[in-house]
Design a protein around this ligand. Structure first.
Ligand SMILES: Cc1cc2nc3c(=O)[nH]c(=O)nc-3n(C[C@H](O)[C@H](O)[C@H](O)COP(=O)(O)O)c2cc1C
Length: 296
């Protein structure tokens, strides 16, 4: 079978899962095209989603879509990509399988949203996967990155299960199991759509990043790790691009050797909010990591 993996991984967790998927599929003799959209200028600056897809993606039977969960949702750039997908045809297979990584608080409605958009694009969604990983945002302002010590072997088990399910699809018609991706129910859907409005959180709630010019030594490290090219390095100066908004992965904050990239706003309030979220919801979602539909 031919598989195309398209993945977005601002801070590396989804990438690890995507690479595991690629390796496992290749070990089973599958033909895999791997497309990482992280830091793609054509997407984040030029916003040419359709032409990017048309140019890059080769013929496949199954499309795998990997993304992190942000504010209970499928990260919004991945939504942009799914909205730009062409209908299935000779090149584009009719099956798609979404997978997400999340920071152990809530996987929210990300898989449900991915399934909805993939169905809208004319695809069947026979399976999906969520992987509980570390919470990358917490590493920038909490004492310790939440779930930092989770062992990757837990993910590998699910990755292998998903690969087996994909292999079973070979040569036969598969049905869409998209409803199984609505596992978190109505209350989470309402919470995600009413409280955790992703773009609003980026605008108003997440701590803002700012560069202290008196400390900056213009090494450019922050711009190299910016997954959406919001920070750019020109004429030995780091500047914020207005073409691409910050998505608050906070890579730049942890990467800066001078601590010149700072978080603004009421950090104590942020810490206390996150602490409460972790105490109330941290590692409560059951199963934490799973392949859907669940097999009982
Ligand atoms: C802006 C932002 C929002 C996040 N929102 C959630 C969330 O709602 N629930 C959750 O469990 N984890 C959340 N996380 C944690 C990420 O989903 C998790 O760390 C993910 O594995 C990151 O993937 P990446 O390393 O591929 O970017 C969030 C992280 C960031 C940076």
């Amino acid at each position: 079978m031919r598989i195309a993996i398209i993945q977005f991984s601002p801070s590396g967790n989804t990438l690890k899962v995507s690479e595991m998927l690629k390796n496992e599929l290749e070990q089973k003799g599958q033909d895999v095209q791997f497309i990482d959209i992280t830091r793609e200028k054509q997407l984040f600056i030029d916003r040419e989603w359709s032409s990017f897809l048309a140019e890059k993606v080769v013929r496949h039977d199954v499309l795998l879509i990997g993304s992190p969960v942000y504010a209970h949702h499928l990260q919004y750039h991945m939504k942009d990509l799914l909205q730009a997908l062409p209908k299935p045809d000779q090149t584009w297979g009719k099956y798609a399988v979404p997978y997400v990584t999340y920071g152990g608080i809530s996987s929210g409605i990300a898989l449900k949203e991915a399934a909805g958009l993939l169905r809208k694009s004319g695809r069947k969604v026979p399976a999906g996967m969520k992987i509980s990983t570390s919470h990358r945002m917490t590493r920038a302002f909490m004492e310790k990155e939440f779930n930092r010590d989770l062992v990757p072997e837990l993910s590998l088990q699910s990755v292998r299960e998903l690969v087996n399910r994909i292999m079973q699809m070979e040569g036969r018609e598969s049905k869409s199991n998209h409803k199984s991706l609505d596992y978190n129910g109505l209350v989470t859907t309402l919470k995600a759509n009413i409280i955790f409005k992703e773009k609003l959180w980026h605008e108003k709630r997440y701590p803002k990043v700012s560069i202290d010019r008196s400390l900056c030594i213009a090494c450019g490290k922050c711009s190299k790790v910016c997954p959406v090219l919001h920070l750019c390095f020109r004429d030995k100066l780091v500047t914020e691009s207005s073409d691409s908004s910050c998505i608050h992965c906070l890579n730049c904050v942890t990467e800066c050797p001078q601590k010149a990239v700072k978080l603004m706003g009421d950090l104590e309030k942020g810490r206390s909010f996150m602490k409460k979220m972790i105490e109330k919801n941290g590692n409560r979602e059951q199963p934490a990591t799973a392949v859907y539909p669940l097999v009982h």
